[in-house]
Ligand binder design. Sequence first.
Ligand code: GLN
Length: 466
Amino acid sequence: MDIFGKSITQLRSLIKDKKVSPKEVWEYFAKRSKVNDEKLDIFITRLENSKQSNDNIDLPLAGIPFSMKDTYCTKGVRTTASSKILENFIPPYNATVYQRLLDAGAILVGKTNCDAWGHGSSTENSDYKITKNPWNTDYIAGGSSGGSAAAVSTYSTLFDIGEDTGGSIRLPASFCGIIGLKVTYGLVSRYGCIAYGSSLDTVGPMGTSIKDIATVLEVIAGKDPYDATSTKKQSYSYIKSLNDSIEGLKIGIPKEYMGEGIDSEVKQKVEESLDIYRKMGATIKEVTLPHTQYAIATYYLIATSETSSNLARYDGIRFGNDRSYFKDEAKRRLILGGYTLSAGYYDQYYKKALKLKTEFIKDFNTVFNEVDVIMAPVSPTSAFRIREKINDPLQMYLSDMLTVPINLTGIPSLVVPVGLTKKGLPVGMQIIGNHFEEAKILNIAYQFEKETNFFDVIKKGREKYR
Ligand code: GLN
């Protein structure tokens, strides 16, 4: 049985019909993840033995292998957040998202490499290794969930759970040519996720088909008593909305996201996709998000303030190594965040940034009164070369200018592949909805997946690793 390239739905039927056993599936992915890890430095920890906790074949993810960014607590399995501080940390409990996946029958293959503590856009800030872009190993895979995107892109795992505070799911998904969903803040529990910026952190799936993403999201979304910021609703359904008509759909294109500083090839790929939507019966309208120019400053003030507070718990007293193990990027953020939260500066910086956050919400609300959905590039460029930006933090931060406004607003954004540059690197596009409109944006992407061959980028990418 050739398992290669099968989606979650396809693999589930094969397992159900006993054409392939969960054990064979596990062995297949254990081997693939090892081989691809050796080529691209994808994983921090790979599991030697399957940890399937429930072998009921009727469960929604029975026997389906997956990976997780190494920022989720997994009982008995080392969790490092890609930092040497947590080099030997074995969590005594499970993150809610992990527990839900185990309860649904899914099997963990490994924990993926990322920028330490989620700080970065290229995975170069990992204390362990730099994940290479599967399309060209001289290039970064994106970050901070770079290992996650490389794992999915090379078919080392069927799906991955990434984490997005300012673009960490979307940037690597775009750079590696896969699908990534940043959910509405609070839709998926953050309990057991190593905190970066608590008011911005979100937990979401990365995968290779819209139906797969919808399937995983149904399992992980919903209220969790362990996370006070989680949604009130117990459960959500996404698959049933996948066939709604998009005739008459109003799409907004923010002019600030298509202007100066955005690479012409990136713009061109987005425009080509918009033409397809036009053919499918949608209308396109230019809209404006006037506070965009303040996004990087606002985001980096809030994110560094919150991380300086969250990282205070790593004092090396009860667990983990001492603070001398913090590397440059974490130190930079601890210093910046400590300063902006200190007496006298709190009002001037942190509080001001929080006020601006409200302005971002207003900007998006105004736009959502005019259109149903927003489409935009993910990042000003496609993937860049390893070490190209590592000594220039500001340039690195600017890669996030089109993703951070979404986190400041708390809304969902789905990244889908829309083509390749002349150099053969993937380009993604964001489909952005209002709060809790995941069903709507998934369906909008699903129609695109059905009607076009744009998603062939995914197949082409993994074919190199067959
Ligand atoms: N690149 C952004 C940062 O460094 C986003 C990271 C993330 O989403 N975890 O803060």
